[in-house]
Design a protein around this ligand. Structure first.
Ligand code: GLU
Length: 290
């Protein structure tokens, strides 16, 4: 029997809150129930927003909660060369293109083109206009040589056209506490997502699929807020020849106002709870994970 492998993958760009505690502890519980492994991955590709202080806070909080993870911890910022190699493959296969439009330019373009009916992604952000993907190669080279800022975006239409519709690539396995079902992956809902930046050779989506495969993750257990992003990740796995893990998207822990917790809600931060003398077992109890 192959060993099942779970991971908790926080980003050190803020303090952990009760939602992270739920995710970490649920991963731990599911790994234990399956007799499997639990890995910790620090997702710190955003070198501007991630700090060593936040990372140290993650370790403090997780130790306090009683999480046990295997060594070594994978820190994404130490693996840019690996992501670069994967990005180079996508560039060589013409599955990505340099996208030069700033947010303001995107807004102005959409306003000029009829505005209100412009398609939006599941987060409500307007899809990237299909201008840059048709730029002649010479013009792309000129702009890059001129040092124009850009991001690498996935040509989702070209990427999907690689595979026959209706095949199993276009779905992922989603588990819940009571059922396992197959869900249609709809990467096109996100448009041409960013897969790398000019200075950082990856994005969240690219690094997460590379690492989940490299670390032999069999089960991705994470919040429902990432449910529809799974379709994008499924397409990237297919393009890169990576076998997909199974997914389990857990409920989100909401604040007293019924809204999703964010890294700025101080009172539900784990450090604040600990400083207020709340024992870790009360947190586990509150989350119904004791
Ligand atoms: N690093 C991501 C976050 O902190 C989680 C990524 C994932 O679990 O796939 O939101």
């Amino acid at each position: 029997m192959t060993l099942l492998t779970f991971r908790f993958a926080p980003s050190p760009n803020g303090e952990l809150h009760l939602g992270h505690a739920y995710s970490a502890l649920l991963n731990q519980r599911m790994a234990a129930q399956a007799g499997g492994r639990l890995l910790l991955r620090i997702e710190d590709i955003d070198v501007l927003r991630c700090t060593p202080e936040f990372e140290a806070g993650i370790f403090r909080d997780l130790e306090w909660l009683g999480l046990n993870w295997e060594q070594p911890v994978r820190r994404q910022s130490e693996h840019f060369a690996e992501y670069r190699a994967v990005l180079d493959r996508l560039i060589a296969e013409e599955l990505v293109y340099p996208a030069f439009m700033s947010r303001g330019e995107i807004r102005a373009f959409i306003a000029e083109t009829g505005g209100r009916d412009w398609p939006r992604d599941p987060d409500g952000v307007p899809l990237y206009p299909p201008l840059d993907k048709h730029l002649p190669a010479r013009e792309r080279k000129r702009r890059i040589a001129d040092n124009m800022p850009f991001a690498w975006r996935l040509d989702v239409e070209a990427a999907m056209a690689r595979f026959a519709a209706g095949l199993s690539w276009a779905e992922f396995i989603d588990e819940t506490m009571s059922a396992t079902r197959t869900v249609a992956a709809r990467p096109q809902d996100w448009g041409d997502v960013i897969v790398a930046r000019r200075d950082i050779p990856t994005s969240y989506h690219l690094a997460v699929v590379v690492d989940d495969a490299l670390q032999d993750i069999s089960h991705v257990v994470r919040g429902l807020d990432l449910y529809s992003a799974t379709g994008v990740q499924r397409l990237l796995q297919q393009l890169l020849g990576l076998s997909p893990p199974r997914y389990f998207h857990h409920r989100l822990i909401l604040g007293p106002d019924g809204r999703k917790l964010s890294k700025s809600f101080k009172d539900t931060g784990l450090a604040a709870l600990r400083d207020a003398g709340v024992p870790a077992r009360d947190v586990r109890h509150l989350l119904e994970l004791d």
